[in-house]
Design a binder for this molecule. Structure first.
Ligand SMILES: [Zn+2]
Length: 123
């Protein structure tokens, strides 16, 4: 799902994207000529690998996401809350995929290893 910077105004534009069992929803609004603010959340079930026994299992995720999207090159590369889209097109699937990758890169323990019935990943 791609949205052009030019199609986003100061009034928030809602979006909803589903990838496998994960839903990415929220609003996009223009902050200034080169910056769009993303205010959203990721919810759903994600297959991860247990870091203790190596078994795949499904974990429920639910987390807010706040990002600035810029079509200008960012000077401060340490700020991970800004993503560059230099061609002026926002790729929501790319954002969702990188959020999923960063969740997957965290430590996860399956129910058996964690010993908790209702296991949620807290970020
Ligand atoms: Zn395990």
């Amino acid at each position: 799902m791609e949205i052009s910077f030019d199609k986003i105004g100061t009034s928030p534009k809602p979006f909803n994207l589903v990838l496998n069992d994960v839903t990415f929803s929220g609003k996009l609004s223009k902050v200034d000529f080169n910056t769009v603010k993303l205010d959203g959340e990721i919810n759903g079930d994600l297959k991860v690998c247990c870091d203790r026994c190596g078994k795949d299992f499904v974990t429920t995720i639910g987390q807010p996401i706040g990002l600035d999207l810029s079509r200008k090159e960012i000077q401060n590369k340490d700020n991970l809350d800004i993503i560059e889209f230099l061609d002026g097109t926002i790729d929501l699937e790319y954002i969702l995929q990188s959020e999923i990758d960063s969740i997957k890169s965290l430590y996860h323990y399956c129910q058996k290893c964690d010993g908790i019935e209702d296991f949620e990943v807290e970020i």
